[in-house]
Design a protein around this ligand. Structure first.
Ligand SMILES: C[S@@+](CC[C@H](N)C(=O)[O-])C[C@H]1O[C@@H](n2cnc3c(N)ncnc32)[C@H](O)[C@@H]1O
Length: 333
């Protein structure tokens, strides 16, 4: 964990720094109005543990202290009681915690800055399985089974619309949503379900700060976006790296970094994983800063952030198993 002093962002363009710890704490230590672009992909709800220990009794503990299921505890209470971001017992708690963490980034983001958040959706299952790592639909990773309380929209087979719930909660906190970019992935794994289509997209939300008066104004270089400037981008999921399966594909983030951060500007990824966003920022003459909670990925991000090869666009696409290899243990949603 980084100490309690303020974090000084790197001064020279083409360099990056990575800090180990919880984004919730580290966000508060960045100097005000110092970040041009926050670009990130937080842990998704109910998918992976990233090797972190999680307290599965946390809902019971919350209720024993007088809390109710419907009212999420603060993120601080949650983590102090052994909760991990992304493993909340209810999706509503997860959305609340994500918003709380991004709210803490607001002072550090310049008034003309941008916040790009990539997030995917999940289906509800009363009994769900959580992977240590690995991609949805691939059955060969260690999993744990857990029971999720049903109620309200939390029903079997339900697509939870977590990205939409998150985006609306952010709007309610004064963020202006400028785009909901659909990231279409062609190389998604086969699925065993016979009664629905495969989930082949994720969302990439572009938020900016709402000024006290007038309309939002922020840096944007239209010449750096994809040809056609459409809000649907087709990019294959990248092969994992350093034991991490949710690595950003370069082609997805490079146009965002070039168009939403000026040259020499500061790019922050508060859930930086393997550090791909930092490497792409550095390669393009920006300054990079990353946060990561696990020691393993922190070390990987540090090594990768200034590695030009790691930042190149011809990164391998993820390899997929054939439909016949989707074994009986695959979970049906
Ligand atoms: C979806 S992955 C990000 C992958 C990244 N975009 C890349 O290209 O490698 C989310 C990362 O957030 C980390 N993480 C989870 N909770 C965190 C927290 N509270 N603070 C900082 N990092 C956290 C996980 O360990 C994981 O590496």
């Amino acid at each position: 964990m980084t100490d309690s002093s303020a974090i000084a962002p790197p001064l020279r363009s083409g360099t990056a720094e990575v800090h180990e710890g919880d984004a919730y704490d580290l966000m508060e230590k960045i100097p005000a109005e110092s970040v041009d672009l926050i670009i990130t992909s937080p842990p998704y709800w109910g998918l992976r543990t990233y090797g972190l220990d999680h307290n599965e009794e946390i809902l019971r503990e919350w209720e024993s202290q007088g809390g109710s299921k419907e009212e999420a505890p603060s993120y601080d209470w949650y983590r102090l009681h052994g909760g991990c971001l992304g493993l909340e017992p209810l999706p509503e708690w997860y959305v609340s915690h994500l918003v709380e963490i991004f709210q803490r980034s607001a002072p550090a983001l310049k008034s003309g800055g941008s916040l790009w958040i990539n997030i995917g959706d999940t289906y509800f299952a009363r009994w769900s399985s959580i992977r240590m790592d690995g991609r949805q639909g691939l059955g060969d990773n260690p999993r744990m089974r857990r029971k999720t309380p049903m109620g309200g929209f939390r029903q079997e087979k339900q697509m939870l619309l977590i990205p939409a719930r998150f985006a609306i909660a952010m709007q309610d906190k004064r963020w202006i949503l400028r785009n909901d970019v659909i990231w279409e992935k062609q190389n998604i794994p086969p699925r065993p379900e016979k009664d629905r289509l495969r989930l082949a997209h994720e969302h990439f939300f572009h938020f900016v700060k709402r000024p006290k008066e007038g309309r939002a104004k922020y840096y944007y270089d239209m010449a750096a976006v994809e040809e056609g400037a459409r809000d649907v981008v087709r990019v294959n999921a990248a092969a994992g790296s350093d034991g991490h399966s949710a690595t950003f594909p370069v082609k997805l983030i490079e146009p965002r970094i070039l168009s939403s951060c000026p040259p020499d500007g500061l790019v922050l990824d508060p859930f930086c994983g393997t550090g791909r966003s930092l490497a792409v920022a550095v390669k393009n003459g920006r300054r990079g800063m990353g946060f990561e909670i696990t020691s393993k990925f922190f070390a990987a991000a540090r090594a990768n952030a200034t590695d030009a090869d790691f930042a190149t666009a011809d990164t391998n696409d993820a390899e997929l198993p054939a439909q016949r290899d989707i074994n009986q243990s695959s979970q049906l949603f």
